[in-house]
Design a binder for this molecule. Structure first.
Ligand code: AMP
Length: 222
């Protein structure tokens, strides 16, 4: 299973990718998580990544390609992957196609999670992420069982607001999404690989829809 999930920031693609990874027994590869991990490390690469992340700007393609392709190729030796947050520019999408075609591989599908903008701003402002294990919560729709304690790893006081989930950065990320990732959506649509799913409902409903769309598409293909 090789799947790409595309959606605006806050569309829930990380949450859906996590569930799909469990369902299909493949790793969830998040380029954002990889870059945040790189930004935590000392040194010039970490500092550079941190600067882009804090501004809500995209990290330059060559830096991203280097980090992502390494993990992608490692996962591909196994059962495939769910890619979350990559590709995000037309250049990244074309590079991914070239890499896959060079070894006669292909994506099974590209899923677009469709969520209206006003919903996104509300969602992201209330998002909290565990700085210890990366688990994601929403203060209203998906709160931790105990306030300020991570359900997944049990750490206390680690539920933080991501530096790029602040209101001004959210608006910047939305603009970046429209400008840079819009062409990626058109690219996959024109290749007949894109499937759009309404992501404006709860986590469970959206997951059912995603799985249905995916299985229908894979059945039809093959
Ligand atoms: P995400 O966790 O997917 O929302 O990504 C968080 C941030 O990481 C983005 O706002 C970008 O700064 C950076 N990022 C993640 N994936 C990419 C990518 N494929 N290309 C460039 N920057 C990325």
């Amino acid at each position: 299973m090789r799947l790409v999930l595309i959606g605006p920031p806050g569309s829930g693609k990380g949450t859906q990718a996590e569930r799909l990874a469990v369902r299909y027994g493949v790793p969830h590869l998040s380029s954002g998580a990889m870059l945040r991990a790189a930004a935590e490390r000392d040194g010039p690469l970490g500092r550079m990544a941190r600067g882009y992340l804090e501004q809500g700007a995209l990290v330059p393609d060559d830096l991203v390609m280097g980090i992502v392709m390494q993990e992608l190729n490692a996962a591909d030796r196994e059962a495939g992957y769910i890619l979350d947050g990559f590709p995000r520019t037309l250049n990244q999408a074309q590079s991914l196609t070239r890499e896959l075609e060079a070894t006669s591989r292909h994506l099974d599908a590209v899923l677009l999670l469709d969520v209206p903008e006003e919903r996104i701003v509300a969602r992201l402002g209330q998002r909290r992420t565990c700085s210890q294990c990366g688990a994601v919560y929403h203060l209203t729709y998906n709160p931790p069982r105990q306030q300020d304690k991570c359900d997944v790893c049990g750490a206390v006081g680690t539920l933080i607001q991501r530096c790029d989930d602040k209101a001004e950065t959210i608006r910047r990320r939305m603009r970046v999404y429209a400008d840079q990732t819009g062409p990626v959506v058109n690219y996959y649509r024109s290749r007949g690989q894109l499937f759009s799913v309404n992501g404006d409902d709860g986590i469970e409903e959206t997951f059912e829809r995603v799985v249905q769309t995916l299985e229908q598409n894979i059945r039809d293909k093959g």
